[in-house]
Design a protein around this ligand. Structure first.
Ligand SMILES: *Cc1c(COP(=O)(O)O)cnc(C)c1O
Length: 319
């Protein structure tokens, strides 16, 4: 495993994912461009397998285990998109995944994970430590832990989405990437180093959970309490030891967006572009709309990270 991944690891991941992950489309909209005052390129990972970019990193990580490790299976402790991504990646490699999920995880997420053939182990999020449970399972069953972001092969796999965008759209001035634990951002930064060094790459995190911006300023990883936000894919409490150094070295800046701005951005792409994107995926669009002057007239890429919205909330009429 590379101690500190580079662009070469993203390029290798792209080879591994060729023909397995979807090469997702890039959408544009004249009406949205006019409103924003810039040219926007939406890299639509909401159309990726399992509905989010997480499939890329999970599949890449499983494929790089030794044959013996792969046979023993994998385990993780995420209840979000990574759970489904790792479950599918394991199934495609003819092995098994165990997912540690809280007792109060949303039923559709548990069912989707079970649907991909994974074993779900429940825990009490108020009294038990999910990472400790996953480590126990790894030790007793010989499984490899594949965490959601803090892993060289996971972040290299995530970087392949931005790599495709840089290959398909030349001359981007900026790329905005949703930021949770930083797997997607650090991978995108490595892709930029190799394919589009003149593009400024930004992270965008929820305004209530700006640990990334704090960490950048402090020069070390800052831990926060779980933030309250509808951007559930970015409700992380700290960057990773693999992701932080890459972000600190290469990122142009870290911006934030409020829940109100996320809802407005989701509404805009739903009405104008007919795209169904999840709140976390709207972080980039929300940030450019809130910083129009900074990006005015530029060619701006937006990494639309996923489309797994809770439809009962999205379409229910407000009273
Ligand atoms: C996981 C996730 C993110 C954040 O990715 P990190 O690698 O943790 O920074 C953003 N958007 C969606 C849809 C996600 O599932």
């Amino acid at each position: 495993m590379p101690a500190s991944p580079t662009f070469d690891d993203v390029a290798a991941a792209a080879d591994t994912l060729d023909g397995v992950a979807h090469r997702t489309p890039i959408h544009t909209s004249r009406i949205v461009d006019e409103q924003a005052g810039m040219s926007l390129f939406f890299k639509c990972e909401n159309f990726q397998r399992v509905g989010a970019f997480k499939f890329r990193g999970a599949y890449n990580a499983v494929s790089r285990l030794t044959a013996e490790q792969r046979r023993a299976g994998v385990v993780t402790f995420s209840s979000g998109n990574h759970a489904q991504a790792l479950s599918l990646a394991a199934r495609l490699h003819d092995t098994t995944a165990t997912i540690v999920m809280p007792h109060d995880a949303p039923v559709p997420k548990v069912e989707a994970t079970l649907g991909y053939g994974a074993t779900v182990v429940r825990y009490d999020r108020y009294t038990e430590d999910r990472e400790a449970i996953a480590t126990d399972i790894a030790t007793s069953q010989g499984r490899s832990v594949i965490p959601p972001y803090d892993h060289p092969h996971v972040l290299a796999g995530q970087g392949t989405a931005a790599a495709e965008l840089f290959t398909d759209v030349a001359g981007l001035d900026a790329l905005l990437v949703p930021l949770g634990g930083g797997g997607l951002l650090s991978g995108s930064l490595l892709a930029g180093v190799g394919l589009s060094p003149d593009t400024q790459v930004f992270g965008v995190e929820p305004a209530t959970g700006d640990d990334g911006a704090q960490s950048l300023r402090a020069g070390q990883i800052i831990h926060i309490d779980p933030p309250r936000t509808i951007a559930d894919g970015a409700q992380t409490t700290h960057l990773g030891r693999h992701t932080f150094p890459i972000i600190a070295e290469h990122v142009a800046d870290i911006l934030t967006a409020t829940d109100e701005q996320l809802i407005a951005a989701m509404h805009l792409v739903a009405t104008r572009m007919k795209l169904l994107i999840e709140p976390t995926a709207a972080l980039g669009l929300a940030a450019v709309l809130a910083n129009r002057d900074r990006f005015a007239g530029q060619r701006v890429g937006l990494l639309i990270s996923g489309g797994n919205v809770d439809l009962t909330r999205f379409v229910s009429p407000t009273p």
